[in-house]
Design a protein around this ligand. Structure first.
Ligand code: ZN
Length: 83
């Protein structure tokens, strides 16, 4: 896993929705591409996508900004690894 993706997943490690604007603000503007690659790997390995996305519900954005969640962060075994 790339350091870039690792840094993104670290932000999602609590299993909460994180707004894409967070990644722009922290100079990681290609997060969407990294998540897409991550989901492709997850589909190949486990038959399901790892990173969920939906239009951001937390802020009033002018354009369409998505927020993201790591579904694997919600797994008990993942919590053990993180904790
Ligand atoms: Zn937002």
């Amino acid at each position: 896993m790339s350091a870039y993706l690792s840094s993104l997943l670290a932000d999602l490690a609590a299993g909460e929705w994180i707004c894409g604007s967070t990644f722009y603000a922290t100079m990681r503007p290609t997060f969407a591409q990294r998540f897409s690659e991550c989901n492709a790997e997850a589909r190949a390995a486990e038959g399901e996508e790892r990173i969920e996305s939906r239009p951001c519900k937390r802020h009033e954005h002018r354009g369409s900004i998505f927020e993201y969640r790591d579904r694997w962060a919600l797994r008990p075994q993942q919590l053990r690894l993180v904790g």
